[in-house]
Design a protein around this ligand. Sequence first.
Ligand code: CU
Length: 119
Amino acid sequence: MKKLLTLAFLLGLIAAQSAQAHAILVKSTPAKEETLKEIPSRIDLWFDDNVGPKYTALAVVNSDGQRVDNGDGDLEMMDKSHLFATLKELTPGRYGVRYRVQSADGHIVTGKFFFTVAP
Ligand SMILES: [Cu+2]
């Protein structure tokens, strides 16, 4: 019985934490480590929760570290869990994506991943 109560207590703690956990990147196009045959004209990121407009940043850089996004990274008007930016004309190569958003709980979430444009 005591064990069960402890378990229930722990599960309750986990539920309480996840209710105010920070936003997690759940999906993107291009996807992490994806190799694209067609040149993408934009990048889209989706989080598991709405994120705030403050501190929002999204950058795509080529292997020389030069930015190839148009600097227009923004949250979609009707879906605040969706961050996107348009891209300059990419050439084949490997690209890095860096993002920063503010979760509903106030925490800043940053991340990085790569994708490749095939020759
Ligand atoms: Cu948090």
